[in-house]
Design a binder for this molecule. Structure first.
Ligand code: ZN
Length: 453
């Protein structure tokens, strides 16, 4: 026979549970003299601080320093506004959480403060402490070397770009926010699934997009991690392939040229170009036709993984100005879908066929419009020396060169030009590399013919 509690019994049990749980809470609190909850409420502001009990003195000091700093900043604003009428109460909320894994203590601190304006201000800080060596560490600590760390950041870029229901992220913004600097990776934790990275609002996307969280699975990063932090149970054969991102510091004092190749991809000629780019430490930009992607997908993928930019040249190479709104959108969307199927991300650069576009087309496209300012008419003359000479003659810092990788003579001409221009102190970069180096935030209104200093 099942024994059932009557109503009275249930109430008694509930009360008992509450007493037991509050005793245990009180006990935990009594375990340590630290304050865990600070609450202040006045007519003008609310302040709330929560933090866990941590025994380690060094960590405790760091937490205290952070709390003091944040609180002081807030109280200063409160004081300054003493005589101002405020429409809503100021608010301060600081929360500290902590956990441990593989001998590392993780502390995450998050402050939300409201002192007028459109929204809360957010501040994040994380601390990592190796309990064994008794030192503070950062994400680089977990990786074998600098190069391994860099490879991880490529994966981070890939995973941000492939987040579900975030398909309009700006590649340049994401590239900057995931670039291989330790500052970009201040918030992370290792879990059973892999390396979790949190990018606070504004780092890789807008405030409205909120914080961006990704997990890089162990199968992708095992080979880069130091032995104790790997998870060998994860299958490395399913690891992702991600493009190489170059260290742009090497180009800082160079004159820059962006070679762009339209109307491809072409399995034979594009491969031939890719075979030769390393000779000149060159990366280039491809504006591919959606209609050609399916039949040349291997070379497109190779171009992407090598670190070249992949942009759209529309599906059928029609004059967009003459098409209906629906047809323009179709030309663009179909191409972006084809490209995404092969390389995993949707392009954000567009070169309209013939360089033709009106404001109507621009609005419909909603991509960064890249035109050119050096045009050797390679398709017309099909003469490698003529192509090379035209490019060399007009070369200047920030130039964008238009050629076509469906002709071998064009590829040869571009390579010949690179050989000469390298001697003249030029470096050959992609459009997004050039924008990054020039500090240009590509917008959706400008047509970029060049990127001069
Ligand atoms: Zn074209």
């Amino acid at each position: 026979m099942k024994r059932k509690l009557n109503k009275k019994g249930k109430i008694t049990l509930a009360i008992l549970l509450i007493i037991i749980s509050s005793i245990s809470v009180m006990f935990i609190y009594a375990d340590n003299n630290d304050e865990k909850h600070i609450l202040e409420s006045t007519e003008r502001y609310d302040l709330k601080i929560d933090y866990p009990s941590i025994k380690n003195k060094k960590i405790k000091e760091k937490i205290k320093a952070y709390i003091d700093e944040q609180k002081e900043e807030f109280m200063n604003v409160v004081k300054k506004s003493e005589n101002i009428e405020i429409s809503s109460k100021y608010d301060f909320n600081l929360n500290v959480t902590s956990n441990e894994r593989d001998g590392i203590t993780y502390v995450n601190m998050l402050t939300y403060s409201y002192t007028g304006g459109a929204h809360y201000i957010r501040d994040d800080k994380s601390i990592y402490y190796n309990n064994e060596t008794k030192e503070f560490i950062d994400l680089k600590y977990f990786f074998k070397d600098e190069e391994s760390f860099k490879q991880m950041t490529n994966l981070a870029y890939y995973y941000v770009m492939n987040l579900e229901n975030k398909d309009n992220l700006d590649t340049l913004w994401v590239k900057r926010g995931t670039a291989p600097t330790i500052d970009n990776y201040r918030h992370f934790k290792f879990t059973d699934n892999g390396l979790e990275i949190m990018f606070p609002p504004y780092q890789v996307a807008s405030w409205a997009d909120g914080e961006i969280n990704i997990t890089i699975p162990y199968e992708d990063i095992n080979k880069y991690l130091k032995e104790p932090y790997q998870d060998k149970t994860k299958d490395e054969t399913v690891a992702k392939e991600v493009p190489n991102i170059r260290d742009l510091k090497q180009f800082k004092d160079k004159k820059l040229i962006a070679f762009t190749f339209d109307d491809g991809p072409s399995t034979s000629n594009t491969n031939y170009l890719l075979d030769n780019l390393d000779k000149y430490n060159a990366r280039v930009t491809f504006f591919v036709l959606g209609s050609r992607v399916k039949n040349n997908k291997e070379v497109l993928k190779r171009a992407y993984l090598q670190g070249n930019d992949i942009g759209s040249h529309t599906y059928n190479h029609r004059n967009l100005n003459l098409l209906s709104d629906e047809a323009v959108i179709d030309e663009i969307k179909r191409t972006n879908d084809e490209i995404k199927n092969i390389i995993g991300i949707s392009p954000t650069l567009l070169r309209p066929p013939y360089g033709n576009l009106t404001n109507r087309v621009k609005d419909l496209a909603d991509m960064h419009i890249i035109l050119w300012n050096i045009d050797p008419l390679d398709w017309k003359y099909k003469d490698k020396n003529r192509v090379a000479n035209e490019i060399i003659e007009h070369a200047h810092d920030g130039a964008i060169v238009l050629v076509h990788d469906i002709y071998k003579s064009s590829v040869d001409g571009a390579l010949l030009a690179m050989e000469e221009l390298e001697k003249q102190g030029y470096a050959f970069v992609t459009i997004s590399e050039m924008a990054e180096l020039r500090g240009i935030d590509l917008d959706y209104q400008t047509s970029y013919f060049s990127m001069k200093k």
